[in-house]
Design a protein around this ligand. Structure first.
Ligand SMILES: *Cc1c(COP(=O)(O)O)cnc(C)c1O
Length: 427
């Protein structure tokens, strides 16, 4: 990890060209890598030597980008994945198998909620959802002898709940399991999750990191802080021989990198949700301006949130940077420079009012995406969270009238003027 400040890491981390090498991170567009001897290649397959041999396992461009994200998070090891979904799946599946159980907060991204509640259940892995605002006793009650991790989102999409990271980290550690957090919305610029006891961080790089709605991608970063060897019975996949790799014991061979090495050597090898070098290059371009963009996303969002709060047609506004937010104290603690550019709000009226308002917007587009340069809106109850029933919606913190507004980095006056004209045509 470099000692540079965040803005500098965004630009400089991950790739240091040597004399005469390209100044810009090169795209190594190759599936395979050449070796002089058969034995040398064999040693790579046995994980005895480090080196590239096949881009499903590792690729230099992807590794450089993973290294930059790792550096931004202050982590120990990291890997890219093809999407945020595969990052979250691998992060949990790396330490959970059939018959195991884990705990997740209920206020999470709709896709992750399905993955945990439906698809992983089919694999024999059970998830108990707890409210992010649950008391320590309530969270403790969800633990079972076969519980392997606790999962949450630093800033829930789309409920925008700020998670009390220390509370969840303490309970997870008391029970001898790691705390995994999806830090997509806050990004490492706004929330340094490892400082608050989080062990593993995941990202949909698709969102602010790419920042231009150009590429789908994910990342897993391990702090290296969780000591798997303290609980060998709980995490045999890391602490006992892996027969599919000639008996390698990940914690013995790789130390603090054991978790990422296993996720690469086993999960990426067998499931193959690999990021492409070309897309990794785009993610890197996005990362270079991440600190700059987050600043503007946050200042624009705060101005828009204040405009909405003072508008007579607006029933409620949820943005943790507002003093009126019930999560303001947690935001001040965990992300004091601002949370993110996403706001949720409801209009006075019903679901139809929300739909009518959104249809009147001119510059602000209705898209499934959030967290990129362009301001956009979405109605989760009709779109991303469509598959949930009313009770599940409420549990996920999604009211039926909730409009999710992802504030971009345009001139904030143009954003507010578009909202204003849509209000006039709606009411
Ligand atoms: C979008 C998103 C995901 C899923 O990422 P994809 O790249 O779309 O697979 C996961 N978590 C959060 C918080 C997200 O916003």
């Amino acid at each position: 990890m470099s000692d540079y400040r965040m803005e500098t890491k965004c630009i400089q981390s991950g790739y240091e060209p040597k004399n005469g090498e390209p100044r810009i991170m090169p795209i190594i567009q190759s599936t395979t890598f050449k070796y002089e001897s058969s034995d040398e290649m064999g040693a790579l397959f046995d994980l005895e030597k480090e080196g590239y041999f096949y881009s499903r396992l590792a690729n230099p461009t992807c590794d450089m980008v993973a290294k930059k994200i790792c550096d931004l998070e202050g982590g120990h090891a990291a890997m890219l994945t093809s999407s945020g979904q595969s990052a979250n799946f691998y992060a949990v599946f790396n330490i959970c198998e059939a018959g195991d159980h884990f705990i997740s907060t209920s206020a999470i991204y709709g896709g992750t909620f399905n993955l945990f509640g439906v698809t992983m259940k089919k694999l024999g892995i059970e998830c108990t959802f707890v409210e992010p605002d649950a008391t320590e006793e309530e969270i403790q009650a969800a633990f079972r002898p076969n519980t392997k991790c606790v999962f949450g989102e630093t800033l829930a999409n789309p409920a925008l709940v700020v998670l009390d990271l220390e509370k969840f980290a303490n309970i997870a550690h008391k029970n001898g399991v790691p705390f995994i957090v999806d830090n997509t919305f806050a990004t490492p610029i706004n929330c340094q999750a490892f400082k608050w006891g989080v062990d593993i961080v995941t990202h949909a790089t698709t969102k602010y990191m790419d920042g231009h709605a150009a590429t789908i991608g994910g990342c897993i970063v391990d702090s290296g802080n969780f000591d798997w060897t303290k609980y060998p019975d709980k995490f045999p996949g890391l602490t006992t021989p892996d027969e599919s790799y000639h008996g390698v014991i990940y914690t013995e061979r790789f130390g603090k990198s054991a978790y990422i090495q296993k996720a690469t050597a086993q999960l990426m090898r067998d499931l193959g949700s690999v990021q492409s070098p070309q897309n990794a290059f785009y993610i890197n371009l996005g990362l270079e301006t991440l600190a700059l963009r987050m600043e503007r996303h946050c200042s624009n969002a705060l101005a828009v949130a204040k405009y909405l709060e003072s508008n007579e047609h607006v029933a409620w506004v949820n943005y943790s940077d507002l003093e009126s937010s019930e999560y303001h104290a947690l935001q001040q603690k965990y992300m004091p420079n601002g949370s993110c550019g996403v706001i949720s709000f409801g209009l006075k009226g019903d679901k139809a009012t929300a739909v009518k308002f959104m249809d009147q917007l001119k510059m602000i587009a209705i898209v499934t995406h959030v967290a990129d340069a362009r301001t956009s809106v979405l109605h989760p109850a009709s779109h991303t969270h469509r598959q949930m029933n009313e009770e599940q919606l409420r549990e996920a913190g999604v009211q039926p009238d909730l409009i999710r507004l992802s504030v971009g980095i345009e001139n904030v006056n143009d954003i507010i003027e578009d909202l204003e004209q849509a209000m006039k045509h709606t009411f």
